[in-house]
Design a protein around this ligand. Structure first.
Ligand code: PA5
Length: 421
């Protein structure tokens, strides 16, 4: 269960009425961008036939594949990577098969080349993901990997190893997939990219990594039911209302401080979700992140003493999945026996409490979010919590949290410079 503790925020006054008005608008579809709120019912109301096909494709990849190359960017990339690194660790590829390589999320040719050499001689599957089917970065990467797969396996066998996740009817990827005979999965019309991790966009790579997606959907259903129940004390309502209260008091940047490397892509997913949803009409909290405790040795000084426009959200799990205990050392040459016998999770808990106290003293309000432990179920719950809170917070701010007109601007310039007609 997710809990939100606002005791580190000083005397903020929450506009509960406005927050619950936002919950109602999400529930009855009366708010801005209401054609993109399919994610509010997705955890209970999803295509069961497609869900079964996702599981069967994933089990084929797991049985026969050494490597799965996942091609996508933004909302068609971050959620799957967040789940896999959190639940299977960032070192997953060194531990179990299939190795999962994410590409097409930028224009780094060296990275692309490296993945091509890493999969040489291996049994390879490809999942290309693009809702629009026209985004340049994944489309370019797919052109290169399609050629690679066809050379390696021949056209017919390559087609059996390529899965396309895209719009049900439109876009260049859908046309290509139908022409080549790839198995396709659908990004529903009413779910935007950054809210799509619990559709085939996230679920196919996540299931291919051996994560239980039934359990994940159960957790998401629990989380969404709670978030949109109309309870003023629901974690998502408290978080959204606190963010808006702090924003209105001059806190313009939110730092999500998280517990270590495996959570890094969860923070990247959060940054896209909140940045694209709220950064509009010259308003919105700028989402950023800080890895505890590594980044305290780089960002710590600024957080403690820099300009006071920051709010911090510390996320931690009550229980660690893999515990390590600090050993006792008779000689105690390093002077560390004061922590001997303690588990790493206890040391982290003390560190997080110390960070919280120091930052509050330095004038940074701290929201603390806790989840019981790392599991597929708690990941699903976290997705619902963050998505619901984002919708509530965006509506409280008065913007449409479900469009992203600003993302088009760089594309126009880039296409013009590349000579696209
Ligand atoms: O949230 C969004 O809509 C975007 O970040 C998209 O996910 C991203 O631009 C990728 O788009 P597409 O899936 O159409 O390739």
């Amino acid at each position: 269960m997710i809990k939100v503790d606002l005791s580190g925020c000083g005397n903020i006054s929450l506009d509960t009425e406005k927050a619950l008005g936002a919950v109602k608008a999400l529930k009855d579809g009366s708010g801005k961008g209401n054609d993109f709120i399919g994610w509010t019912t997705l955890p209970y109301d999803y295509d069961k036939e497609e869900f079964a096909r996702i599981k069967s494709a994933a089990s084929r990849i797991r049985k026969d594949g050494d490597a799965l190359v996942v091609i996508g960017i933004g909302g068609s990339y971050l959620g799957a990577r967040a789940a896999i690194e959190l639940l299977k660790t960032a070192r997953h590829n060194e531990i179990e098969k299939p190795a999962i390589y994410f590409i097409g999320n930028g224009l780094d040719g060296a990275d692309l080349n490296q993945v091509l050499s890493l999969i040489e001689g291996k049994s390879v599957y490809v999942n290309v993901i693009s809702k629009s089917g026209t985004t340049l970065e994944p489309a370019l990467a797919f052109r290169i990997f399609r050629e690679y797969m066809e050379k390696k396996y021949g056209k017919e066998e390559a087609a059996k190893r390529i899965f396309a996740t895209t719009d049900k009817a439109r876009g260049a990827l859908k046309t290509l997939a139908d022409a080549e005979g790839y198995e396709t999965f659908v990004v529903p019309d009413n779910v935007g990219g950054r809210y799509s991790v619990l559709t085939a966009v996230g679920l196919l790579p996540i299931a291919a990594a051996g994560i239980d997606i039934d359990e994940m959907m159960d957790g998401a259903a629990k989380g969404m039911t709670e978030a949109l129940s109309g309870d003023a004390n629901a974690a998502a309502v408290l978080y959204a209302a606190a963010r808006q209260a702090l924003y209105n008091s001059g806190k313009k940047v939110e730092i999500l401080s998280y517990p270590g490397e495996n959570f890094r892509f969860m923070a990247e997913w959060f940054k896209q979700l909140y940045g694209e949803s709220e950064g509009k009409e010259h308003m919105g909290i700028f989402p950023s992140s800080c890895e505890l405790t590594a980044d305290l040795h780089s960002l710590g000084q600024y957080i403690q003493d820099g300009e006071r426009m920051l709010l911090e959200t510390i996320f931690r799990f009550e229980k660690e999945s893999l515990e390590v205990e600090v050993p006792f050392d008779e000689a105690n040459g390093d002077g560390l026996n004061y922590v001997a016998g303690k588990k790493y999770s206890e040391v982290f808990k003390a560190a997080a409490a110390g960070v919280k106290k120091a930052h509050i003293t330095g004038g940074v309000p701290v929201i603390e979010i806790t989840s019981d432990s790392v599991s597929a179920e708690s990941f699903g719950e976290m997705v619902s919590f963050y998505e619901a809170a984002c919708g509530i917070s965006g509506y409280m701010q008065g913007v449409n949290p479900f469009d992203q007109p600003g993302v088009e601007e760089y594309k126009k310039n880039m296409f013009a410079l590349l000579g696209k007609k």
